[in-house]
Ligand binder design. Structure first.
Ligand SMILES: [Zn+2]
Length: 392
């Protein structure tokens, strides 16, 4: 269920049914050199066994806490490093302990799943939610809400008409985004004004919860979960920053979410996330002030009036990762060329263009997109925080 799609060749899906199998899997991952684990859709008892073993092995654990048996209370008990996304947080605060989904609800039908997820936050009892957030803070469970990846649910047209698509949307992704029950996250079949209205309310409650969580002392991180639901790598992250601002955070706080907090979640606050002697030189040089406008981070740039004339400015000029400088506009134009070439192949006469049959993108495309990710993302150690084994 859920993210069953994500296991890859070097990290195949595991069919784990006993405590011993789960513990062995954790030891195997440790032996293979992994620092952490991302888990989802696990039964409660197995999750507890996994958390136990992860603790013994000194591995950090992130929980994609979906609509499933476990919820934020399991993360609080087990000492999860970070919760990704959100579902298990309102779930943990529902008075009756079960969601008020219609009788015909089918978790494996994504139209159902995402439609009714949009009616989940309203079910959380505010007083109980407060307790959940307090307990997360006390147990040191961080929260990476990935606000951006659900945004199409509250405003489909906005998501579908992203101006960056014109030059940066690879045709594989373009095809993948089209409504299609076979593709994870491509659930916009009959998406209605009512769905968007519920999702807008969902966001209001959710954003307030994220804000309250930090006010209570919680650690908020940033992630984008791009590659699905009309979100492109890097561009999604910039939008994530804007949504954190919309949630009520000062832009300085937002940048902290994307830098120092990300490092903290990784347990690397001694070498990453700050500008400091002895730290890794992961920096971006930007034409503009992100505190004023996060849009200056976009390769599309922004318009400004100078001497009475509209001029194009903005964009990241240099990305310095691990001390190596990359000229961002050059990388951006390489990506544009790549996308244009792929589109030509698609429309060309020898149109043996084959779409991926699974939810996974072909490895080559993934690499290109990751390449794009590097220059847009170094601001955040997002790849590491979000992509432990078996989720990409
Ligand atoms: Zn996830």
């Amino acid at each position: 269920m859920g993210h069953g799609y994500f296991p890859t060749a070097d990290s195949p899906a595991a069919n784990l049914n006993t405590d011993e199998q789960v513990s062995q899997r954790v030891r195997d991952l440790k032996a293979a050199g992994y620092d952490g684990i991302k888990l989802y859709t696990m039964d409660r008892d197995l999750m507890a066994a996994m958390m136990d073993e992860a603790k013994k092995q000194g591995m950090r654990v992130m929980h994609h806490v979906g609509v499933e048996e476990t919820n934020a209370w399991d993360d609080i008990k087990g000492g999860t490093t970070s919760i990704e996304h959100w579902y298990g947080i309102p779930d943990a605060a529902i008075e009756s302990g079960r969601q008020n989904f219609p009788a015909g609800y089918n978790y494996n039908n994504e139209v159902d799943r995402f439609r009714y997820a949009g009616r989940l936050w309203r079910e959380a009892d505010p007083a109980k939610l407060d307790k959940v957030l307090d307990a997360m803070v006390a147990a040191n469970v961080a929260w990476d809400p990935t606000l951006v990846i659900y945004e199409a649910s509250r405003d489909l047209q906005r998501a579908q008409t992203n101006p960056a698509f014109a030059e940066y949307l690879h045709p594989v992704l373009e095809e993948y985004f089209k409504p299609n029950p076979a593709n994870h996250g491509s659930y916009f079949i009959g998406w209605s004004s009512t769905d968007e209205t519920f999702w807008k309310e969902n966001y209001r409650i959710w954003m307030k919860a994220v804000y309250d969580f930090e006010m209570k002392g919680g650690v908020v991180g940033t992630g984008e979960d791009a590659g699905f639901i009309y979100q492109m790598y890097g561009f999604g992250l910039i939008r994530e920053l804007e949504l954190h601002q919309e949630a009520g955070f000062h832009p300085l706080k937002v940048i902290q979410h994307a830098t120092a907090n990300g490092a903290k979640i990784l347990g690397k606050e001694d070498s990453l996330g700050r500008i400091r002697v002895g730290y890794k030189a992961d920096l971006i040089v930007v034409n503009g002030n992100p505190l004023e406008n996060f849009k200056v981070l976009s390769p599309l740039g922004v318009e400004e009036i100078r001497d009475g004339k509209a001029v194009k400015t903005g964009g990241i000029e240099w990305t310095i990762a691990n001390g190596v400088p990359y000229h961002a506009p050059t990388l951006a134009s390489e990506i544009k060329t790549m996308v244009a070439a792929a589109r030509k192949v698609r429309t060309g006469s020898d149109s043996d263009w084959v779409l991926p049959t699974s939810a996974c993108l072909p490895e080559t495309v993934r690499l290109h997109l990751t390449h794009a990710t590097v220059w847009l993302h170094t601001l955040v150690r997002n790849d590491e925080t979000r992509h432990f084994p078996s989720h990409s």
